[in-house]
Design a protein around this ligand. Structure first.
Ligand code: GDP
Ligand code: MG
Length: 428
């Protein structure tokens, strides 16, 4: 998936106009990449439709190219496909916190139990594991040695055949030891799925876990969706770990399959070793898939822009007059014609001389300011003043003069609005 998505990005980069023909090419490349990763056809179609629609509908913010806008939309829609922006987390909210791991045989359950034990042990929790897979002969020994490697208490009984009574004993023994987080491994291989679901259901009812984690195998691609549905019928699981994401071309399919269910992907397994477990962060994950080292910087620019837009809206709502308002007023005036004419139309009694007002010069100065400065002129200190002057080819004194004019304007506006409140006619 990674390589094909990088193909999508380079297709965007090499586009010239990004007209509908070129966008279609980009979208087709994206569809190919997602389908190859086993993402559900319906999802692929709806994602590509949304990207196209957004691209042609959304405004292109000043300072951003069309390509940047398309990359951002692509990124956001892929993050959504994987279950949204925020990083889900398994919170140890009570003691002992019992976590039951379910999944088909071979999905990576037992290994994942050890990885999660290691992860939380490193975070400072007292973790213990219970081998409740009484079905598979090697399961006891496998988890016992993994627990030893991680260095966490282990409970198991190779003689016991009843998974439920074993799990209950395990929970009791470990919680008596003061264990805060108990991870319960369960069986996955059964002659028929019905028997497996029956056992899992009984375990769920009797053990009453605080969380259930479904472990799925990334190499199974979109087939994971069916597994997830089957387990969801047996018991509500809230979390998913996708094992074997390392080198899996179908990882994207497995991920989107579970992301479209209600459960959240919390970790991905990236190898056979105990340390090969990564918190699943949809944003980072997509950024890596897209293979854009500069993506973070671009997204930051977008969010900075959005923040300033919001700040602007707040300023307008609270009646704060900013330099940006002055700038827009002046730019508007410039389009209307000679100032003396306008003053006359507005019935202003002031004598205006265009040279005095230096409209073009001021607009020019304000073009050298950052959005932040335009919205919060208070922050313009002498060093910023020097930078702005250099950028617009004037002297710092000119900048100072502009700021003074701005402050005067603010004062006048405030007086105007106060007199309006006293019931004086508009335009007084
Ligand atoms: P279980 O039957 O569900 O308990 O699965 P196991 O934990 O026994 O794992 C089955 C196989 O998958 C083992 O050979 C593991 O080493 C391997 N495995 C588990 N997780 C990962 C992973 O994230 N990456 C890779 N490459 N192999 C894994
Ligand atoms: Mg196992």
């Amino acid at each position: 998936l990674k390589e094909s998505l990088m193909g999508v990005v380079s297709r965007i980069r090499s586009s010239v106009l990004l007209d509908s023909r070129e966008v279609d090419l980009v979208i087709r490349e994206l569809q190919r990449a997602l389908l190859k990763a086993d993402v559900d056809v319906g999802l692929v179609l709806s994602v590509s439709e949304r990207i196209k629609k957004r691209f042609f509908e959304e405004e292109q913010p000043p300072g951003f190219s069309k390509k940047e806008v398309l990359v951002k939309i692509l990124y956001e829609e892929l993050v959504n496909l994987l279950g949204g922006e925020e990083t889900p987390e398994l919170k140890v909210s009570s003691t002992p916190f019992k976590v039951m791991f379910v999944g088909l045989e071979g999905s990576g359950k037992t290994t994942t139990v050890a990885k999660v034990a290691n992860y939380y042990k490193r975070k400072g929790y007292r973790v213990g594991v219970v081998a409740a897979d009484t079905y598979r002969p090697g399961a006891y020994e496998q988890l016992r040695s993994l627990a030893e490697k991680v260095g966490v208490p282990f409970y198991g009984d190779p003689q016991e055949r009843d998974a439920v009574s074993l799990a209950l004993r395990g929970v009791k023994v470990l919680s008596d030891k003061g264990i805060q987080m108990i991870l319960i491994d369960t069986a996955g291989r059964h002659k028929d799925e019905e028997a497996l679901m029956e056992e899992v259901k009984t375990l769920y009812r009797e053990v009453k876990p605080d969380a259930v984690v479904l472990v799925v195998d990334a190499t199974q691609g979109s087939a994971v969706a069916r597994q997830a549905r089957a387990f969801q019928e047996a018991m509500p699981f809230g979390y998913v770990i996708v094992a074997k994401m390392d080198g899996s071309a179908k990882g994207g399919g497995a991920l989107s399959a579970v992301a479209s269910s209600k459960a959240r992907v919390i970790f991905i397994g990236t190898g056979e070793k105990i340390e090969d477990l990564e918190e699943f962060n949809p944003k980072k994950f997509v950024a890596r898939l897209l293979g854009m080292p500069d993506l973070e910087a671009l997204l930051q620019r977008f969010s900075e822009f959005a923040r300033l837009e919001k700040e602007r809206a707040r300023a307008i709502a609270s009646g704060k007059i900013t330099l940006l308002d002055l700038k827009e007023q002046l730019e508007g005036l410039r389009k209307m014609g000679p100032l003396s004419k306008i003053a006359e139309m507005m019935g202003l009694q002031v004598k205006v001389s265009e040279e005095d007002l230096n409209i073009d010069k001021w607009i020019n100065i304000m073009n050298s300011m950052t959005m932040e400065e335009l919205l919060n002129p208070e922050i313009i200190d002498s060093s910023r003043m020097r930078r702005i002057a250099r950028g617009s080819g004037v002297s710092p004194r000119d900048v100072k003069q502009l700021l003074e004019a701005y402050r005067n304007m603010k004062k006048v506006m405030r007086q105007l609005s106060r007199s309006r409140m006293r019931g004086l006619p508009r335009g007084f």
